[in-house]
Design a protein around this ligand. Sequence first.
Ligand code: UFG
Length: 328
Amino acid sequence: MNVLVAGGAGYVGSHAVAALQESGHTPIVLDTLELGHREACRDAELVVGDTADYDLVTHVLKEFEIDTVMHFAAYSRVGESMEEPLKYYINNVVGTLKLIQAMMDTGVKRFIFSSTAATYGEPEKMPIEESITKCPINVYGHSKLEVEEACQWLSKTSDFKYVAFRYFNACGAHKSGEVGEDHEVETHLIPLILQVPMGKREAISIFGTDYDTPDGTCIRDYIHVSDLADAHVRGIDYLVKGGESGAMNLGTGSGYSVRQIIDAARKVTGQEIKAVEAPRRAGDPSELVARADKANNALGWKPVQSDLETIIGSAWLWHKNHPNGYAS
Ligand code: UFG
C-alpha cells in the first residue's frame, strides 16, 4: 500500500516509516521539518510541507495514489502546551482537520492517528481501560482528544475509518541504531538518563520521591517505539478487513518507576549514573499503566522489544552512534 506518513521525519513517525518499508508498504513522508529530520526518513520519499496546506495535501494524495494516512505530525510538549495553547489547538486540531478534509475530498478513507495517554488525565484505577472517562489535565492531551472525538463523529456520519492509538511512554530506538530520538529540547526520562554516561549531563534528577508508589517515584508504562510502529502497520490490515473504528491503548501493561529505569540504565551501560533527588515536576500523575488487551486482540499485536534491557540497549546504541542526533 502507498501510505502517507504525516510527521514521518519525527521520532515515532520515522520508526513507522521503517516498519512500513520492512513490511513491503511504500511510505511517502509529509513533514515540515520544523521538528523532524530529513535523515530520519532515510530513502523514503519526502514532501516538505504542512498538513494544513489543503492544496498540497490533495495533490500528494492523488499524485502518490495514497491508500491510507498515518498522522504523527503534532506538537507534543506538555509544558509548552500550557504556555502556548493556541499554537497546540491550531496545529494539532486544525492542522489535522485540514488533513482529514483533503482525505475526504480525494476519497482516501483510512486514517491511523497518533494519540496519547495524556487524553486520560490522572485516572485512579490502574491499568487504564480505553472506555474510562477522559479528563485531560493539559492542552496537549485535550488537543489529541478533540481530534479523536471529531474522528468518532466522522466515522459515524460517513465512510471514514480510523484507529487512534493512545501511546503510553514511547522510548527506545530502531535496532539498526540508525533511527532514534532527537528532540531539540529533550524532556524524556531515558534520553536524559543516557546523557549522564555520555558526559553531557552530570546527573539525572528524579522528579519527586514522595509519590504513593513502592519506591516513592512515578510509575510509567514504557513501550518500545518499534512496537508502536508495528501496531500502526497492523492497523492498516485491521481497517482494510473492516475492523471497527475507535481508540486503542498501546502499552505493555507493566509499570516501572523512575528509580527502576535508572537502575536498568546502569546495568545496560555498565556505568555509574549519578542521580539526584529533586522536587516533583508539575502535572506528573503518580502512575500511568495501560490495559492493552484491545490492541492485543484486535490487531494480534504484542510488544516484543519492550523489555527494559532492549529499550535502553537500543536507545544507548543510537545515542552512542549519534551523540549529536542526526547532526552527528
Ligand atoms: N522524569 C524524571 N526526571 C527527568 C525527566 C523525567 O524524574 O529528568 C520522570 C517524570 O517525572 C516522569 C517519568 O520520568 O515521572 C517519565 O517522564 P517523561 O517526561 O519521560 O514522560 P511523561 O510520562 O511525562 O510523558 C509521557 C509522554 C508525553 C505524554 C505524557 C502523558 O512522553 O507525550 O506521557 O502523561 F503527554
